[in-house]
Design a protein. Structure first.
Length: 394
């Protein structure tokens, strides 16, 4: 599946807008139709016997899924051999793991990984005879010490979506490849626009496209991009599992891709401004944002990423729960809810110590995760200022 502009010398923003567009097939319309389809008719018995034709069955692809896959493949860059689509981010992660692992294998997972990913490893994968070991996200080449003869895969998340440690992916990938293991990256935070995982040595790059790819808090979606080594295994796994995505969600994901560059640039700018402002607040003892010079992962971020998105965390000075709740109940522009990556700002309290096993989590105070949306930044500061007033008064 070649993106239409694979060899064109375009910048990424142009590629986001032009890739996956087959204007002639779309009868001149800029966007592809939402193709709803299970059955694909074959013109002759011979075509049927040989499964000839661009499309064979709805689950295996439609003109709508093809347009999205081409656009995402162009975004991932030349190392990407194909993109699989899944009905949620978590389904993308579990599908990728099931595709590469077998009973008796050993899996290494970053201790800052998305909690439902851990639940899947500790639950279903354990039942199917796959053993998981969690490791310190900052381990780098020290990952070698965790290898067993049956270590088959490593899953990293860069950065962790609550605690924001940045693993050294090239160092981890080098060790993995010397030992024949596959590297998977949950790349949801930066998206391939700001972090081309596949070029950093990752074999399978996963997106919870529910977040920035969709970008409007209106779909559940996941994507799985693989390099040439991992693509045959991945595509086989997707076929065997019967994983596919609904046509409306595919269309909305593609619409999100078209505006990804402008949205992320805005999220990045506003989030950095908010992070710097929060660092000056007396109520805040630490800001966990890799784009800040003070962040322990800043050097890795500068080396491996071309941007930061709108999600980061803050550590408040020690305070009773009712003070934190007063802040949460006072802010109005920061909605309280799970997920992120849409146009709206969000705030959620979290506590990594409830699930971590390989590393300690003692941030020094209550922790809040913020998603900085597309609102006016001064409005967001004023909103949080009111929240801090309530925090101090409680
Ligand atoms: C949200 C999220 C997921 C899961 O995505 P869903 O679409 O909600 O299933 C996976 N990884 C990370 C880092 C996430 O933030």
């Amino acid at each position: 599946m070649k993106p239409s502009n694979q060899s064109a010398p375009f910048g990424t923003e142009t590629s986001l807008v032009t890739s996956g567009r087959d204007t002639a097939a779309q009868k001149g319309f800029v966007n592809p139709p939402v193709v709803r389809g299970s059955t694909v008719l074959y013109p002759t018995a011979e075509d049927l016997h040989e499964h000839r034709g661009e499309y064979q069955y709805g689950r295996h692809g439609t003109p709508t899924t093809k347009a999205l896959q081409q656009a995402l493949q162009a975004l991932e860059g030349p190392k990407c051999a194909g993109v699989g689509l899944a009905p949620s981010g978590l389904a993308a992660i579990t599908t990728a793991l099931l595709a590469v692992l077998k009973s008796g294998d050993h899996l290494l997972v970053c201790d800052n990984a998305y909690r439902p990913t851990r639940n899947f490893c500790n639950g279903l994968l354990a039942r199917y005879g796959v053993e998981t070991t969690y490791f310190d996200p900052l381990i780098g080449a020290g990952i070698a010490a965790h290898f067993k003869p049956n270590t088959r895969a490593i899953l990293v998340e860069a950065p962790g979506s609550q605690s924001f440690e940045l693993p050294d992916i090239p160092a981890i990938a080098k060790v993995a490849h010397e030992r024949g293991a596959i590297v998977l990256d949950d790349n949801t935070w930066a998206t391939p626009l700001y972090h081309r995982s596949l070029e950093q040595g990752v074999d399978i790059s996963i997106q919870a496209a529910t977040k920035y790819i969709g970008g409007h808090s209106d779909i559940m979606f996941g994507t799985i991009s693989a390099n040439a080594e991992a693509w045959p295994l991945l595509t086989e796994g997707i076929r065997l599992l019967g994983v596919c995505a609904g046509p409306d969600d595919v269309f909305l994901a593609l619409r999100g891709v078209r505006t990804l560059a402008v949205r992320l640039a805005h999220h990045q700018r506003s989030a950095l401004e908010m992070a710097r402002w929060l660092a000056t607040r007396p109520e805040v003892v630490n800001v966990l944002h890799p784009g800040l010079e003070s962040h322990p992962g800043h050097a890795i971020w500068k080396r491996d990423f071309t941007g930061a998105s709108g999600l980061f965390s803050i550590v408040l000075k020690p305070a009773p729960q009712k003070a934190v709740d007063a802040l949460l109940n006072t802010v109005r522009l920061f909605g309280m809810g799970y997920s992120w990556g849409g146009f709206e700002s969000l705030v959620i309290p979290f506590d990594c110590s409830s699930y971590r096993t390989a590393t300690a989590w003692s941030p020094g105070g209550p922790t809040l995760r913020l998603h900085i949306g597309l609102e006016n930044v001064e409005d967001l500061k004023a909103d949080l200022s009111r929240g801090f007033d309530a925090f101090n008064a409680a």
